[in-house]
Design a protein around this ligand. Structure first.
Ligand code: PMT
Length: 396
């Protein structure tokens, strides 16, 4: 578990020493990058002694000494890059793609999670320019540990103090733990809509985009699971490192799910499966000669209910898209389908359910517990659902 600690130029830079020593006590390896301004506040020698590695601040030093390209090797080494304290300058540079020193180039090159812990004068922190940049970075997946309120070094009182070292360390340790808490687990996720064909060019479907299911698949993969994603037609990018199976109809999804179910330990049925299909599918395009067209629909198999019947030790997580009596209907599905959890989204609410980037709802547990999740990005909802399942079902 490797953390690159980026220290930028603020009075809280001295707290970097405590962050290093606390992370090291938890068995985490720490390498430090300092900006030139940070060196005004704390000596590299202190940080070198605590981390056990040379402190990096010169983009070209090792390139000329031993052909090492530090910003690439550090970027690859880091599971997490923690920037604490993070000044308005580094946050805004990263937001706008500026990479003009060792720290900003390393942040640009890393595939690890980047976490900023801002610290600065309260007016600087509240400046709308900085706040816009923070929001833009959050949307791109960068994380922030918000500053605390209190007396600042400049004498002002307000928001801007570096968050407590305890909180910063807990956040980093939590993130590192997340990286492999599903290691060795096989997960099956279904996502997207199904299409029930009327003829070769027409079908009935629903507005599911697949985003919620893809977010679950990606979150499980990032936590170390082997992920099998069965997806209806979508036009979003498939998550990296996930086994993908493409289906169209509910029957195709049924077959794909049943063939993988026996080898998986957790199933997320996020797909919006068509409940009915036309009882006859015309092999040729239906002509519009008749004034009306009557189509009889017959019921599709309920895939999740069948899984509930077959389940041995698997954890079954259903999703429910409801527009009224959402909790009562979802509870009924939880029981009837023999589920461990069901996440119900009120799809009549703006920001919840189909298509958009956000969701919100209630996670109902088979033991009667309920957890409300307010509207936020689908990636965050996915992580929260996983946190609950892992805490209650997998934590030994
Ligand atoms: O894809 P997005 O645009 O991101 O939208 C996400 C979502 C709204 C589709 C998702 O959050 C969601 O709610 N998915 C379930 C939608 C749904 O079909 O709900 P349901 O109440 O009809 O079904 C309940 C459960 O039974 C679901 O887990 C469903 O996958 C499953 N089911 C339903 C019918 C069927 N024939 N077979 C099933 O397995």
């Amino acid at each position: 578990m490797n953390v690159v600690l980026g220290i930028t130029g603020g009075i809280a830079a001295y707290k970097g020493a405590e962050i290093i020593s606390r992370l090291k006590k938890k068995g985490i390896d720490v390498k430090v990058i300092m900006t030139e301004n940070a060196k005004q506040f704390i000596s590299p020698l202190t940080l070198q002694t605590l981390s056990g590695y040379p402190v990096y601040y010169d983009t070209f030093k090792h390139a000329t000494e031993n052909y090492e390209i530090d910003h690439i090797s550090l970027a690859k080494w880091a599971d997490i890059m923690l920037i604490a304290p993070a000044t308005a300058n580094i946050i805004s540079k990263v937001c706008h793609g500026i990479a003009d020193d060792l720290l900003s180039t390393t942040i640009m090159a890393t595939r690890g999670q980047v976490v900023f812990a801002p610290a600065m004068n309260t007016n600087m922190y509240k400046n709308p320019i900085l706040q816009d940049n923070i929001e833009a970075l959050k949307k791109r997946g960068y994380m922030f540990i918000p500053p605390a309120k209190g007396l600042l070094a400049c004498g002002d009182v307000g928001e801007g103090r570096l968050a407590e070292v305890d909180d910063i360390v807990a956040e980093v340790v939590g993130l590192l733990r997340q990286r492999d808490d599903l290691k060795g687990t096989k997960v099956l996720v279904t996502a997207g809509p199904t299409r029930e064909y009327i003829d070769p060019v027409r079908f009935i479907s629903n507005p599911s985009s697949g985003r919620m299911g893809y977010a679950i698949a990606d979150a499980c993969r990032k936590r170390g699971a082997e992920v099998h994603l069965i997806t209806g037609p979508t036009n979003i990018k498939t998550p990296v490192g996930v086994h993908v199976y493409r289906v169209e109809t509910a029957y195709e999804m049924y077959d794909a799910v049943m063939s993988l179910f026996g080898q998986c330990q957790i199933v997320f049925k996020t797909a919006a499966v068509g409940d009915y299909r036309p009882d006859m599918v015309s092999s040729q395009k239906i002509k519009k000669d008749a004034d009306d067209l009557v189509i009889r629909f017959v019921k599709n198999p309920d895939i999740l209910k069948e899984l509930g019947r077959r389940k041995k030790n698997q954890i079954l997580v259903g999703f429910a898209a409801e527009t009224e009596n959402i909790e009562a209907y979802a509870n009924k599905k939880l029981k009837e389908k023999n589920l461990d959890f069901i996440f119900v989204n009120d799809v009549s609410k703006t920001g919840a359910g189909f298509a958009g980037d956000t969701n919100g709802g209630i996670l109902l547990c088979a033991d009667g517990d309920r957890l409300e999740m307010s509207i936020t990005k689908k990636e965050i909802i996915a992580q929260r659902i996983l946190d609950v399942i892992i805490d209650r079902k997998l934590d030994k």
